[in-house]
Design a protein around this ligand. Sequence first.
Ligand code: AMP
Ligand code: MG
Length: 337
Amino acid sequence: MTTERSGGDQGEARLPGPLREHLSSPGTRAALRVRQGVLAAVREFLAARDFVELQAPIIGPVTDPGVRGAKQVDIDYYGQRFKLMSSAILYKQASLLTFDRIFCVAPNVRLEPPETASTGRHLVEFHQIDVEVAEASREDAMELAQALVVHVIGTVMRTVAGDLETLGRDTGAFTELLEQPFDRITHAEAIAELAAMGHAQSRDSEITWSGERVLSHKASRPFFVVDYPKGSRGFYDRESRTRSGVLRNFDLIAPEGYGELSSGSEREFEYATLVTRMRETGENPAKYTWYLDLAREGIRPSAGFGLGLERLTRYITGLSHVWQTTAYPKLAGVISP
Ligand code: AMP
Ligand code: MG
């Protein structure tokens, strides 16, 4: 691996070289130490705020269906079809029956489409720093996500300064971020902004990757996009009770072309609404028995987010591809150990 960088939007298919070369390169060593520094700072920040770290399950009867374009992985579990977790969302909500504030560093597997191998932002196996808080609002979750990212960046600039230097990261890029709150725009405003720049996007769906890249490039510090339309996300993002069709959710987008770092929301927790939303999103409620059984008796209102560990590490290191932050990268369509 080299330490080549290009501000997060190269689009060229840069695949890992021979494993020995990757594992023993100074660039990999530096990136993995930054990643370790990121995790240490995350744990320090959340432990100081009374979060309990749990280990999310790796397999289960169902997993997060809201993973645009990616396929889930089935496994044979004693004759039953189980899934590898594409996200820990269902377990995060359930775990608030045990503690008020939880987090996990959760492994996720998503069979992303082959064309994502060259986006610089997609892995098949990755980790989310998954945070969930009982009785919290979307705004609480956004403030927490912002404070967490600011803490992590401020900390790693001290603790792994030498490694950031090895990777050639200009840490001046973080000055504004450490001093000012992140901007917030609505999904509708983002679509209007893109339209004004000649990037037509549907108002009823996700912002496309190319659209997101344009917005990310224009920004000089991370920013939030809020209020995604109902059709664009999973059944667990809570719909506004006053604005029909608008979800109480957010994405946190990194600047410089690095794109989405995190998605979060206030969660749906009412049994009947969950069942309706599952049907609306094409999910069969019968598959979600364990989760709906809990919801019928009552799960707690909450809000939270998932922050991609490799995405955050890539943004901080300034590397051109997210795989460079992992020892054993799995890229869509690429057979590798
Ligand atoms: P999502 O549930 O798709 O919003 O994913 C939550 C977070 O996980 C995203 O904001 C990213 O930081 C990260 N993430 C999602 N998909 C991938 C992927 N294929 N490779 C690396 N990170 C990902
Ligand atoms: Mg997302």
